[in-house]
Design a protein around this ligand. Structure first.
Ligand SMILES: [Cu+2]
Length: 383
C-alpha cells in the first residue's frame, strides 16, 4: 500500500517537470526574431502569459494532488461536510479576476499600440491580387513608386524538377521587394482587387486583412536592417501559398539612393500608348507580361490546365478577331453574372502591356496570326 502514494508523487513530479520544460522550450523556440518593438512586445506578452499559465497549472495540480494524498481515507481522514463557504467563494472569485486583470492590462496596451497608425513617415498601399502583391508608395519619400511583387521561385522547384532553394516560396522576383528605411514609422493601407488576402510580416508584429472594397491599415517601425519574409495568410485560391511578402529594410541613405534609382527606371519604362510598336517589340515585351501574369494558370506551354484554365495554344478565341481577346483581358470573363477564374487585367496592366501580351499569345506556340495588336486598339476598347 505504501508504494502507491510514492508512485502518485513520482507521476506528479514528472508532470510538473514536463510542464516546466514545455514552457522553457516554448520560450526558446519562440517565434521568429522580432524586428520591431511591437513584435518584441508581442513576444514578451506571449512569454509572460506562458509563464503565468505554467505557474498556475503547477500550483493548482500540486495543491490538488497534495490534498488527495495527505488527506486520504486510509490515514483516517473523514470528508468534511459543509455548504456555502463565503471565504472560499470570495477567494475563487477575486483571485481569477486579479489574474485576468494582470493579463488584460499589458495586452490592451499592446493591442492599442498596434492599432495606432497615426503620424507615419511613409504611407504605402498594398493591394492583394490573385496571386501577387501590388505596392504603391503614397506619401513620404518615394511617393509615386509602385512595385508588383510576384513569386520568384522558379516553376521547376515547385513542380519537383529542381531542388528547392533556401527561400522556397518566400522569394519575389528581382527588384520586387518592398523597400523601407530603418527606424521610420511605415503605415500600410491594405486592400484587395479580387478576393480577401492578408498581409502579415511576423517579425514586425503587423498583420491586416486585405479586403476588396475596404481599406484597412497597419503600421510597423523596423528596428534593424535586413530582409524579412512572409506570405499571404488568407486562403485566397489556387495559388494562395504562392504570394510571398519580402520586405527589405535598409538604412536611410540606401533608401534615398533606391528611391532615386527606382524613379529613373520608372521614367525610362513609362510606356507610350500612342506609339506604333513592331510585332517583334510587342512579342518580346509580351513574353515578360505573360511570365508575370498568365503563366501560373495558362502554363508556359500555353496548354493551360483545362477545363478551368483553357489552352491558349490553338485557341480560336485567341487567334480570332482582336476584339474578343481584348475584351476578355480588359474585363475578365463573367459567367451567369459571376466572375470566373479569368480575372480582369484592365486595371493591373496598361495598354502597352495588354497589347504586348495579346500579340505574344497570338503569335507564339502554334498560333501564327502574324499581326500585332497596337496599344491604341486596347485603349479604344476600354470603356
Ligand atoms: Cu492571398
Amino acid at each position: 500500500m505504501a508504494r502507491k502514494p510514492v508512485r502518485i508523487l513520482a507521476a506528479l513530479a514528472a508532470l510538473a517537470l514536463a510542464a516546466v520544460s514545455g514552457a522553457a522550450l516554448a520560450l526558446e523556440w519562440n517565434l521568429r526574431p522580432a524586428g520591431s518593438k511591437l513584435a518584441a512586445d508581442i513576444h514578451s506578452l506571449h512569454e509572460y502569459v506562458m509563464i503565468l499559465c505554467t505557474v498556475i497549472f503547477i500550483g493548482v495540480f500540486a495543491f490538488m494532488f497534495y490534498s488527495v494524498y495527505a488527506h486520504r481515507k486510509d490515514k483516517g481522514h473523514k470528508a468534511a461536510q459543509f455548504h456555502e463557504n463565503t471565504t472560499v467563494e470570495i477567494l475563487w472569485t477575486v483571485i481569477p479576476a486579479l489574474i485576468l486583470v494582470g493579463i488584460a492590462l499589458p495586452t490592451t496596451r499592446t493591442v492599442i499600440a498596434q492599432k495606432d497608425t497615426s503620424n507615419p513617415e511613409l504611407t504605402i498601399k498594398v493591394t492583394g491580387y490573385q496571386w501577387k502583391w501590388g505596392y504603391d508608395y503614397l506619401k513620404g519619400e518615394g511617393e509615386g513608386i509602385n512595385i508588383m511583387a510576384s513569386l520568384g521561385t522558379p516553376r521547376d522547384q515547385i513542380e519537383g524538377r529542381a531542388p528547392k532553394g533556401e527561400h522556397y516560396l518566400l522569394e519575389v522576383g528581382k527588384d520586387e521587394e518592398l523597400v523601407v528605411p530603418v527606424g521610420k514609422k511605415v503605415r500600410m493601407l491594405t486592400t484587395a482587387a479580387d478576393v480577401i488576402h492578408s498581409w502579415w510580416v511576423p517579425a514586425f508584429g503587423a498583420k491586416q486583412d486585405a479586403i476588396p472594397g475596404f481599406i484597412r491599415d497597419l503600421h510597423f517601425t523596423a528596428e534593424k536592417t535586413g530582409t524579412f519574409r512572409s506570405q499571404c495568410v488568407e486562403l485566397c485560391g489556387k495559388e494562395h501559398g504562392f504570394m510571398p511578402i519580402v520586405v527589405k529594410v535598409v538604412t536611410q541613405d540606401e533608401y534615398t539612393q533606391w528611391v532615386g534609382e527606382r524613379k529613373k527606371l520608372m521614367a525610362a519604362a513609362a510606356d507610350d500608348p500612342g506609339k506604333q510598336y513592331t510585332l517583334e517589340e510587342l512579342k518580346v515585351r509580351g513574353e515578360k507580361v505573360y511570365a508575370a501574369n498568365c503563366v501560373a494558370c495558362h502554363q508556359a506551354t500555353g496548354k493551360g490546365t483545362p477545363p478551368v484554365f483553357p489552352a491558349l495554344d490553338g485557341s480560336k478565341v485567341v487567334t480570332g478577331s482582336k476584339e474578343a481577346p481584348i475584351g476578355i483581358l480588359l474585363n475578365g470573363v463573367v459567367k451567369d453574372g459571376k466572375p470566373t477564374a479569368m480575372a480582369a487585367f484592365g486595371k493591373q496592366l496598361n495598354d502597352v502591356e495588354l497589347a504586348a501580351v495579346l500579340t505574344f499569345t497570338r503569335n507564339n506556340w502554334g498560333n501564327k496570326t502574324g499581326d500585332a495588336v497596337q496599344p491604341a486598339e486596347v485603349k479604344a476598347a476600354r470603356k
